[in-house]
Design a protein around this ligand. Structure first.
Ligand SMILES: Cc1ncc(C[n+]2csc(CCOP(=O)(O)OP(=O)(O)O)c2C)c(N)n1
Ligand SMILES: [Mg+2]
Length: 523
């Protein structure tokens, strides 16, 4: 069968399976897919997004998937590349999607299978390239019967969404294409084909957790607002990471200080939501063997690093708090009020507070950025619109993820990140001439290097070693870099930041915030 027929069927079946966004990077072997997506986009089946750099394309697709989830309508997102190293450039985003549980459908174009191991140009072993990072994969040979495509795409999309497994994540469809790579007849897609109706796995039943036990709710990344609702209903102190979606009114702000001060010493039960990763204090709490630890996970995965959990449940229900629960909650609230009264935020925490005080969707960068928010910001309604890439917490792909998020939502997005993380993914700012502009503001908390390392044991290393091998300050002008990508750039400091955040986020801009230099010896 022709490559054109196969590509059109792949695109049609992706749309039938729920895909509404396709991210493409240019290439010749992938041309049949590009022509098919162009026709599908012209017919309104999908939105096409074209990015030159596949590493960016992968994270951009991740941002689009996050946009669908934020709207309460999870959908798989397709990311399409040509053959060779192009495919491997998706690996960081595929890993992040795997550990974060995001439904990316990688469609890689390949040379005809018989060219493998012959020295043919841009020909490598693409099937299995992502190893255990994909939930499922299929290798469709060149000249396959297009009728075989529907079943494979339906299986892959179901695996990506976790329809039957409750284990969403990335999948990989590798498609061989033989010449000709150019359509011989036009295609005007009509109504998309009917999807294969797959009955989803039943939702987990909820388990009742009785009142009267001194309980802490821990909400890690991706918990969602239900964690806050349950904690509120049960009268549990809520320790919610800033990207949990549960840092809502009532959350305990200075919980790290309270944990360090031993306030949790006589806790009897911890109820854990999402994927907590940010602090050693919470890790220690979740490693305790003298308390009951209940992990609540609606998916097939859970976070239990220490292996100390007592039980794993899909959902919980709670009763009204007992008097003893309210006394316990009161102890935490009283401590938090005292801590708030004496809280003197550092410069980076002042930036976090100013950014938290805005309405736009926020994507928080890894490293010191997310921790500045965690240690400073109060619970607020805006907490449901704060995201992060905490699957693997890389400092890569953050600008691209935010760019995809802004494009997917069609509304302004701010990404806040460190100077090294910004330089790592500065290419994520790029926009092709034919691509619509997104409303994206990149706020770079610029301490001239990896400030996080100054808070770790490596600060004790010899100064030259610490500077060159850990801190790694760069000869890089953050504000000027924006202009190279047609974005606006300017610099401010923590005092100037709040007034600049009042202006609406329109188009692409970069705001560098000068912070005290990281790793400077303190007097
Ligand atoms: C892709 C990737 N490479 C390396 C790391 C290790 N790492 C963690 S934080 C960090 C430094 C980040 O510096 P910056 O973005 O300036 O943030 P800061 O710590 O100064 O807030 C590095 C290199 C990582 N998390 N991800
Ligand atoms: Mg830095």
């Amino acid at each position: 069968m022709t490559s054109t027929a196969i590509a059109r069927e792949v695109v049609a079946q992706l749309v039938a399976a729920g895909v509404r966004d396709a991210v493409l990077s240019p290439g010749s072997r992938s041309a049949p897919l590009a022509y098919a997506v162009a026709d599908a986009a012209a017919s309104g089946w999908v939105r096409a997004h074209v990015r030159v750099d596949e590493r960016t394309a992968g994270f951009f697709a991740l941002g689009l998937a996050k946009a669908w989830a934020l709207r309460g309508e999870p959908r798989p997102v397709a990311v399409i590349t040509t053959s060779g190293t192009a495919v491997a450039n998706l690996h960081p985003a595929v890993l992040e999607a795997s550990h974060g549980g995001w439904p990316l459908v990688v469609v890689s174009a390949d040379r005809p299978h018989e060219w493998r191991d012959t020295g043919a140009n841009q020909t490598t072993r693409q099937p299995g390239l992502f190893g255990g990072a994909v939930r499922a994969g299929f290798d469709l040979p060149a000249r396959a019967n297009p009728a075989s495509v529907r079943g494979h795409v339906a299986r892959l999309a179901a695996a990506a969404l976790g329809t039957l497994t409750r284990d969403p994540g990335p999948v990989h469809l590798n498609v061989g294409f033989a010449e000709p790579l150019v359509p011989d007849a036009p295609w005007t897609p009509g109504p998309p084909p009917a999807s294969l109706a797959i009955e989803p796995a039943p939702a987990p039943t909820s388990v009742h957790l009785p009142p009267g036990r001194r309980t802490l709710a821990v909400a890690g990344d991706g918990s969602g607002p239900d964690a806050a609702r349950l904690a509120e209903a049960a009268g549990w102190p809520l320790l919610a990471e800033p990207s949990s979606g549960a840092r809502l009114p009532g959350a305990i702000v200075h919980y790290l200080a309270h944990l360090a001060a031993g306030l949790a010493a006589d806790a009897e039960r911890i109820v854990v939501f999402g994927h907590p990763t940010l602090s050693r204090g919470v890790s220690a709490l979740l490693g305790r063997r003298d308390v009951e630890i209940v992990l609540v996970s609606p998916t097939a995965r859970w976070t239990d690093v220490a292996g100390a959990a007592t039980r794993v449940v899909g959902a919980v229900r709670v009763a009204a708090p007992a008097a003893s629960d309210l006394a316990w909650l009161d102890r935490w609230r009283t401590a938090d009020a005292a801590a708030s009264a004496s809280f003197a935020p550092s410069p980076i925490q002042r930036c976090a507070l100013a950014l938290w005080d805005t309405d736009e969707v926020l994507l928080l960068g890894s490293s010191a950025t997310v921790r500045a928010f965690d240690s400073a910001v109060p619970g607020a309604g805006r907490g449901v619109r704060v995201l992060a890439n905490r699957g693997l917490a890389g400092i890569d792909g953050l600008v691209s993820t935010a760019h995809g998020l802004a494009s997917g939502l069609g509304e302004p997005v701010r990404v806040v990140l460190g100077d090294l993380a910004y330089q790592h993914d500065v290419g994520g700012l790029a926009r092709g001439d034919a691509e619509p502009d997104a409303d994206l503001q990149v706020v770079v908390l610029d301490d001239h290097g990896g400030g996080i390392f100054a808070s770790l044991e490596h600060r004790a290393a010899e100064r030259g070693v610490f500077g060159r091998y850990f801190l790694t300050p760069q000869a890089f002008d953050v504000a000027a870099s924006a202009g190279a990508f047609g974005a606006t750039g300017r610099r401010t400091d923590p005092d100037g930041l709040p007034s600049l955040l009042v202006a609406p986020v329109t188009g692409r801009s970069v705001l560098a915030v000068t912070l005290p230099r990281a790793g400077q010896p303190t007097a």
